[in-house]
Design a protein around this ligand. Structure first.
Ligand code: CUA
Length: 327
């Protein structure tokens, strides 16, 4: 019933119903208790008003059961909200392992999306129904926030680091997406659409682009263009650490500490190579800050991720799904 009100967005993701459940529970509890308190205030004010000028109030004697009741019942309701909310929160915040990765770069004032096969879009986003999709997001300038009301999910997009967001669409259609963090004069126009397509329609849509390179392939080109290969190629003199099979592994650092080679680490190592210098290497790598934009960084990281330990730098995408090269 409430779902049909224009006030309430359509629900089009696997967890939209769960988010609505906890939302309406909290709403109903708030309404019931607000009404209860308001009605009691008015009723008691009328019932116990002073009728004669000389009347004096009766002293109040405590009631243990009443006090236990009004402590225990709200406590139980709050705990129910807490545990229920936590469960829904973890569903919304943790992408499934088989989610396919899209890349998002926000800038004032547009949303740049890249599909796993390399296809790009601005403000519009096409996704297949029934497939979990994970967004790896960053910003070129200020803090933005990507909000999909129909999917019941939102996450901040921050300059200088990666955040994630995921959903699995359940209903084909066109839904709004918004920037939900004030980011300047055109913030209110930083909106777009997410177009949910049936899988074969999505494949057809994807095949519409020509000359598209996957993030791995584009990253490989950048790797050569920036001459990263002159120091980081397996067969070279290894002035820099070998990168094949590095992703996700712990790295011993020159200062005796450890780091995990994740997205954030690789990004930092490209922009600020001496921040976490790998043990056994000299700080000879120049910074690439100002030369690579956020988009290039994502492609480079995608390429480094794809490097297999045994192969001599063969870029093999590791995901199953929609990451086939364009014919
Ligand atoms: Cu971007 Cu508001």
């Amino acid at each position: 019933m409430l779902r049909d009100l224009p006030l309430h967005p359509p629900s089009a993701s696997t967890f939209a119903g769960q988010v609505d459940g906890i939302y309406f529970f909290a709403l109903v509890v708030s309404i019931v208790f607000s009404l209860l308190i308001a009605v009691l205030i008015v009723a008691f004010a009328v019932r116990y008003r002073r009728r004669e000028g000389h009347e004096v109030g009766e002293p109040v004697h405590g009631s243990l059961w009443l006090e236990i009741g009004w402590s225990a019942i709200p406590f139980a309701i709050m705990m129910a909200m807490f545990f229920w909310g936590t469960k829904v929160f973890f569903t919304v915040i943790r992408p499934p392992a088989d989610a396919i990765e899209y890349q998002v770069v926000a800038k004032r004032w547009m949303w740049k999306f890249q599909h796993p096969n390399g296809q790009r879009e601005i403000n519009d986003l096409h996704v297949p129904v029934g497939t979990p999709i994970r967004f790896k997001m960053t910003s070129e300038d200020v803090i933005h926030s990507l909000f999909f009301p129909a999917m019941r999910t939102k996450a901040d997009v921050l300059p200088g680091r990666y955040t994630t967001l995921w959903f699995e669409a359940t209903k084909p259609g066109s839904y709004y997406l918004f920037c939900a963090e004030y980011c300047g004069a055109e913030h209110s126009r930083m909106i777009g659409r997410v177009i949910v397509l049936l899988p074969h329609d999505y494949e057809t849509w994807l095949s519409g682009g020509a000359g598209i390179k996957s993030p791995e392939a584009r990253g490989s080109e950048l790797f050569t263009a920036f001459a990263c290969n002159s120091c980081h190629q397996d067969a070279s003199t290894l002035r820099g650490p070998a990168l094949a099979g590095l992703f996700g592994k712990p790295v011993a650092l020159a200062d005796g500490g450890h780091a995990v080679a994740d997205d954030a680490y690789l990004r930092e190592s490209i922009l600020n190579p001496t921040a976490k210098l790998v043990a056994g290497y000299s700080p000879v790598m120049p910074t690439f800050r100002g030369q690579v934009n956020e988009d290039d960084l994502m492609q480079l990281i995608a390429y480094i991720k794809s490097l297999q330990p045994a192969g001599g730098g063969a870029a093999t995408p590791q995901r199953a799904g929609f990451d086939g090269e364009m014919p």
